[in-house]
Write a protein that binds this ligand. Structure first.
Ligand code: PHE
Length: 339
């Protein structure tokens, strides 16, 4: 029996030595130490021995058992270390592989140009005023000298929340808020969204952006208006840019003008882009109507002012030669990536 035990120990150690994986090691553990293992089989025969021998054999068998256990544990540690080492080797980062490209977003052309325009006006000493997009009829129309049955309302049909509350059709509504809350000198711009009940096409959208300008002080003239707009356009389109004021009518300015800017494409010569005009219409403007000043509690005998409303989409389309307004809203990456 001793012979058998020694044999088991010898073979077990040999097998352990050549074992190369944790799975194999586990199989060996079962083979030698398991319930149906080789050691157990021998121990089961102990009953046949005389007590003397049984004691000696018992001790010997236990030593063999713990030897094998120790050897197993030792081997397990070695194998674990080897496997870790292999994993470290195989999972090592290959820094020569190209990295994953991170898409960096950028500003929408409407935002870029809006920011530029804000900067230009801040540089001229204007501040930026904000106003509600959901507006009372009074601020959008009535206080601006457009009483309920005024025909000019037809050109600015909008979306009504109630009879009295609507989505503003123009940023001119902010003029009234500002003049109600602030006494001259006033020098503000007010950029924001405006709405009109227009069908979508290349030059119309039910939502677009305007930048309102308002200056009220003693002795403000049409010359100040022209100078301010000329400065804006030169900064936007280059120093050789010229503007042209054409007589027009707005109920809230008197006199009123439409302001054209020299065609960026032909520099005034006349071409397809400007329909041979040499100029392109960009905004409406004028001297604030005395009635509007009075509606807001400003004495029109003491103060005068000018106002203008610039369409942001038009400026952006001119700037980048975009011929369809819808492209500005469709979020097509092939389009947006170009800016
Ligand atoms: N609010 C006018 C429009 O939307 C533009 C404008 C603003 C005209 C200020 C004159 C003065 O057409």
């Amino acid at each position: 029996m001793k012979q058998q035990l020694e044999n088991i120990e010898k073979v077990a150690k040999q097998e352990l030595d050549s074992c190369t994986s944790i799975k194999e090691l586990d199989d060996l553990r079962i083979k030698y130490l398991g319930k149906k293992g080789e050691l157990k089989a021998i121990l089961n025969q102990m009953g046949k021995l005389v007590p003397e021998e049984r004691k000696e054999m018992g001790q010997f068998a236990n030593r063999v058992k713990s030897d094998i256990e120790n050897a197993l544990a030792e081997k397990l540690e070695t194998l674990k270390a080897q496997e870790l080492e292999q994993r470290i080797q195989s999972e090592e980062i290959d820094i020569t592989l190209p990295g994953k490209k991170i898409e960096v977003g950028k500003l929408h052309p409407l935002t870029t140009v809006m920011n530029e325009i804000k900067d230009i006006f801040l540089g001229m000493g204007f501040s930026i005023a904000d106003g509600p997009e959901v507006e009372y009829d009074y601020y959008n129309f009535e206080a601006l000298n457009l009483p309920p049955d005024h025909p000019a309302r037809d050109t600015q049909d909008t979306f009504y929340i109630t009879d009295n509350i609507l989505l503003r059709t123009q940023t001119s509504s902010v003029q009234v808020h500002v003049m109600e809350n602030q006494k001259p000198p006033i020098r503000i711009i007010s950029p924001g969204r405006v709405y009109r009940s227009d069908a979508v096409d290349a030059t119309h959208s039910p939502l677009f952006h305007q930048i309102e300008g308002l200056v009220v002080d003693k002795g403000i003239t049409m010359g100040d208006l022209k100078g301010t707009l000329e400065t804006l356009m030169k900064r936007l389109y280059g120093d050789d840019c010229k503007i042209r004021l054409r007589p027009h009518h707005f109920p809230f300015t008197e006199p009123s003008a439409e302001v054209d800017v020299m065609c960026f494409n032909c520099h005034g010569e006349g071409c397809r882009v400007c329909k041979n005009e040499g100029y392109i219409e960009l905004l409406g403007a004028g001297m604030v109507h005395p009635k509007v000043l009075e509606n807001c509690g400003i004495d029109s005998n003491v103060y005068s002012g000018f106002a203008f409303g610039l369409g942001l989409e038009r400026v952006v389309m001119r700037r980048y030669n975009i011929n369809d307004m819808r492209m500005l809203y469709e979020n097509d990456m092939r389009f947006l990536k170009q800016f």
